[in-house]
Design a protein around this ligand. Structure first.
Ligand code: WTA
Length: 636
């Protein structure tokens, strides 16, 4: 009996129970039957949750790109692996076959090796959504270099912080990137970032926009001539199952981003398995995930998941609003997309436009539609279901995180009955539990609590780069022995899960996780600012938006508040990126604090929401008088 594909609900329960009772047998069989290995494992899993130590497929030897590319060549050499849809619809789309992908990745891998990159070295990839991004990622994996993709919307200082944290040796970037009718100066941002990065000795530059850029002698090289001179085959590096595959940064509740480390074999098995089942992937499908490869969703479900299954995956360079709001629907029609995977924020922003944009397109090729990144509200769920899925395609609301590597709680298309706004049931191997404030597991149904996972799964991140203590503290200490997700959830009467949102200081704005601490750090660097506090508040399109309370230094100087607010937002854009800008900035004379000096964010959140009732327990509040003042001057 094979466990790789779940065909119906009965089988789901069977597989699920097997995966809980005998996780080693379950994952061992999946790993054995569906991947190629240089050497088998000794233990399927080895772990100590208290120490945050997890290992899968110990001692096994493997290369993920052999599984993504080489093993498909005999059967699927001419099959399209990647469809590249450019920003500008009048530029033609590109179809890259598995044979071509092999050649391109081999050449790139050879270039990296020639440029002195080897196993274990970190390579920063700062590219727009173009084929070279996929090729660079895979080439790193091919030679055992650890890729650290940075979303091409991050600012120079965010880029340098990430490069320095992981001490990257090389940066791969481009002369520029297209996004709608804008051109982004990526190389200029890299140049600025590298002023404070001593680890980087080489920069490879892809030509995309033909923008005039500066090339630093001895450091910067155009990629194309190097590729032209490289051999088109490459012997993959033999990797240990637990060798790091990549680092991907995510926001935390302190100013420093967390470099989540994913390792090779477990991540490979988990992304392949979850992709296959959640989206019910079949041989001739054309899968499109609209995320950027700079986020985990892009890593797992634009690249690794689809390629591991020999699928066809779409890389879209542009934005949903360019040239107009029908772009997504146009692409679905043009490439006959079968699975469409996007985010609630995109759905909400398209739902507010005229229905004419979508109704021109029959969208008959679609079989499954999916959502990820934040809770999907009822209205958006129905719009997605009615207008995109035509009430015919299962909506898979997939809950997971950068840290989990792959989808954790989600309907399985054509298997799990869906329920609007519910991520429904855990995938096989996943043991969610809800915890109460006293750290006890909440039994039974129709309950709410903090969402934890009580047994390791193959895709779990293994550590935070260079800081295992922080990893342990962040994820394994709130509820000892369990992985704490940072999310709250409810379990309904039949055991379906609905994720209610973050319970920590991370706010999800348009699907991007933003820690409030790093934004406060950025604002506090402004010379006029004494202190600040950022909270999220509900926003119709973005899901959440940011509200900042700012105390100015008392200098006696009178400043124009409007200009100051603009400057503050510019500081944020420069330090983090435009995605972290505040929607509302209120200048206040004080912040509500506890006697121990902690800002009472709960109150600030309520005020930002416009809810002046029910501040909860305020007995520890040191300065209740400031609350009144803040309420009176709230920005609505
Ligand atoms: C949130 C994205 C509700 C959640 C893959 C999680 C969701 C965080 C869902 C991780 C969903 C993601 N329903 N909330 N279907 N999917 N989230 O690391 O708060 O960018 O903890 O990973 O997004 O975001 P990340």
């Amino acid at each position: 009996m094979s466990y790789y594909k779940i065909e119906n609900l009965e089988q789901y329960f069977k597989h699920y129970n097997k995966s809980i009772r005998e996780p080693r047998k379950f994952w061992g069989k999946i790993a054995e039957e569906n991947f190629t290995w240089y050497q088998q494992w000794e233990k399927v899993v080895d772990f100590n949750m208290a120490e945050a130590e997890v290992k899968w497929f110990t001692e096994a030897k493997v290369n993920i790109t052999k599984n993504c590319i080489d093993r498909h060549l005999s059967k699927r050499g001419e099959k399209t692996a990647i469809i590249f849809e450019p920003n500008n619809p009048s530029e033609s789309a590109l179809h890259i076959s598995y044979n071509e992908l092999y050649e391109r990745v081999s050449k790139m891998a050879n270039v990296l090796r020639e440029q002195g990159v080897g196993k274990g070295d970190r390579v920063c990839i700062y590219l727009p959504m173009i084929p070279e991004l996929a090729v660079s990622v895979l080439a790193c994996a091919r030679i055992g270099a650890i890729h650290s993709v940075i979303f091409a919307g991050f600012s120079a200082s965010a880029v340098s912080a990430r490069i320095n944290d992981s001490e990257c040796k090389m940066v791969i970037t481009s002369d520029g990137g297209y996004r709608g009718n804008k051109t982004i100066d990526l190389k200029g941002i890299v140049d600025e970032a590298l002023e404070s990065c001593s680890s980087v000795s080489k920069v490879l530059v892809v030509k995309r926009t033909e923008t005039e850029i500066k090339m630093q002698e001895g450091r910067d090289f155009w990629l194309q001539p190097l590729l032209d001179a490289a051999l088109d085959y490459n012997v993959a590096e033999i990797m240990d199952a637990e060798d790091p595959l990549f680092i991907l940064y995510t926001s935390g509740s302190t100013g420093k981003p967390k470099g989540m480390v994913h390792t090779t074999a477990g991540y490979m098995v988990y992304t392949a398995y979850t992709f296959k089942n959640v989206f019910s992937h079949e041989e001739n499908d054309i899968f499109w995930c609209t995320a950027d490869i700079g986020w985990i969703t892009g890593h797992s479900y634009i690249l690794y998941g689809p390629l591991l299954n020999g699928g066809t995956t779409v890389i879209f360079e542009g934005v949903p609003s360019y040239p107009d709001f029908s772009r997504f629907w146009d692409i679905i029609e043009k490439h006959k997309i079968t699975q469409f995977y996007t985010a609630p924020t995109a759905i909400r922003s398209l739902a507010k436009e005229s229905l004419d944009y979508i109704q021109k397109y029959p969208l008959k090729s679609l079989k499954v539609i999916g959502s990820v990144g934040e809770p999907i509200n009822e209205e958006a769920w129905h719009w997605f279901n009615d207008h995109v899925g035509d009430k015919r395609c299962p909506v898979v609301d997939t809950w997971w995180q950068t840290e989990t590597g792959g989808i954790m709680i989600s309907p399985i298309a054509f298997v799990t009955p869906t329920k609007p706004t519910y991520a429904t049931l855990p995938l096989p191997g996943i043991q969610p539990v809800l915890m109460d404030e006293k750290r006890n597991e909440i039994e039974g149904n129709q309950v709410v609590g903090s969402l934890c996972i009580k047994f390791p799964w193959p895709g779990i991140a293994r550590t935070i780069w260079g800081d295992h203590e922080r990893y342990k503290k962040t994820y394994f200490s709130a509820f000892p022995g369990k992985y704490f997700t940072g999310d709250g959830a409810l379990r309904d009467e039949v055991g379906y899960y609905r994720i209610t949102g973050r319970v920590d200081d991370v706010v999800i704005v348009s699907g991007h996780n933003l820690g409030t601490a790093p934004i406060e750090d950025a604002i506090n660097e402004h010379p006029a600012v004494a202190e600040s506090a950022i909270v999220g508040f509900p926003h119709e399109i973005k899901g959440n938006a940011l509200y900042g309370y700012v105390i100015l230094k008392e200098t006696g100087e009178v400043r124009n508040k409007e200009n100051l607010a603009k400057e503050i937002n510019q500081y944020i854009a420069d330090h983090i990126g435009p995605i972290a800008k505040l929607d509302k900035i209120q200048f206040v004379s004080g912040l509500p604090k506890t006697r121990s000096g902690k800002i009472m964010r709960r109150i600030l959140r309520k005020i930002a929401e416009g809810d002046f009732s029910n501040f909860g327990d305020t007995s520890t509040l040191l300065n209740p008088e400031v609350v009144e003042g803040i309420m009176n001057e709230r920005i609505s």
